[in-house]
Write a protein that binds this ligand. Structure first.
Ligand code: CAA
Length: 293
């Protein structure tokens, strides 16, 4: 019998990991947050603090909710601390070799009843599970960015995932207050299978000179009521992540319609990775983002 989930371990304190820590702690879970460098954990805690302050300002949560939630998040610079976790969510970089190394290091640490989840946005859950010690306790739990705002979580079973693991993950997500969609273990699952080809097409539209950055984003914001234009969204997600998802779709579905746009490849090669790098389809060095094309 599986223990009740009380403590969540989070590996990777980037954009997604800090967002997941944010919503888990507000939902009352104890949170242990691990990263390779301690200053990355510190900067994640500062981000969480700032984002919770925004929620206090707009009266979504109270000051005391915020303080209590922040108290529930503990840095775990040493992976061994995750032995206390009932559920570990891996939210490291979207690189299969990195994730496999993490699962191997977790093997002697995790308690036998723990569930191991990956927040991967496109990699095969069955293949990742095969690198874990207990594939029946492995599942895909895919949050959307920004995690505190987006209502959805995709839940993906690997071929070996047990029904018990699935039900525990479902209960956990319900407690976090998100809506679940169940996706089969296919490249990109549901959201990214649809969203990323749209973004890739927007980059082709730019590459072929059909419109400028501003024209393309304005067209989709005002013409299709998207909250962000596709190029703005690409910068927000990170162009490296966009490219790696397109590559997974292209290779995993063996269909040329998913071919990553050469301009996306070039931007990633240049290190123009979007908002986090200060430059992508927009330049973020000033107060307001400026289109680069
Ligand atoms: N934490 C907490 N609150 C946040 C936040 C964060 N990180 N980011 C925004 N907010 C809050 C703001 O405080 C604001 O709250 P109030 O309305 O109460 O004042 C609200 O969200 C709206 O924010 P803004 O006014 O700053 O700006 P906005 O109206 O443009 O909304 C947005 C921002 C929610 C990000 C919106 O632009 C949006 O929905 N964009 C699309 C995001 C999207 O498509 N995400 C999916 C990406 S794909 C993915 O995640 C999957 C993958 O694997 C790649």
């Amino acid at each position: 019998m599986r223990n009740e989930i009380r403590t969540i371990g989070i590996i990777g304190s980037g954009q997604m990991g800090s967002g997941i820590a944010h919503v888990c702690s507000l939902a009352g879970f104890e949170v242990l947050i691990h990263d390779v460098a301690e200053d990355r954990i510190k900067s994640a805690l500062a981000t969480i603090n700032g984002n919770m302050a925004r929620q206090v300002a707009s009266q979504k949560i109270t000051e005391s909710d915020r303080n209590a939630a922040l108290d529930r998040i503990k840095p775990a610079p040493d992976l061994d601390a995750l032995t206390a976790a009932d559920l570990v969510i891996e939210s490291a970089t979207e690189d299969e070799a990195v994730k496999r190394d993490i699962f191997a290091s977790l093997q002697p640490v995790l308690k036998s009843t723990a569930i191991l989840a990956s927040n991967t946005s496109s990699l095969s859950i069955t293949r990742l599970a095969s690198a874990s010690a207990a594939p029946e306790s492995f599942i895909g739990i895919h949050f959307m960015n920004p995690v505190p705002v987006m209502e959805l979580v995709e839940l993906i079973r690997g071929i070996a995932t047990s029904q018990e693991t699935f039900e525990s993950a479902r209960e956990f997500i319900a407690r976090v207050g998100k809506t679940i969609v169940v996706a089969e273990d296919f490249p990109g699952f549901i959201v990214n299978r649809i969203l990323l080809p749209m973004i890739n097409e927007a980059i082709y539209t730019l590459h072929e000179g059909v419109g400028t950055v501003d024209a393309i984003d304005t067209a989709m914001r005002l013409g299709a009521h998207h909250p962000m234009g596709p190029l703005q969204l690409a910068d927000f997600i990170g162009l490296d992540t966009c490219l790696s998802i397109m590559q997974v779709l292209y290779e995993g579905l063996s269909d040329s319609k998913y071919r990553p746009c050469p301009l996306l490849v070039k931007y990633v090669e240049a290190g123009w990775l979007g908002r986090k790098a200060g430059r992508g389809f927009y330049d973020y060095s000033g107060d307001t983002p400026v289109p680069t094309r």
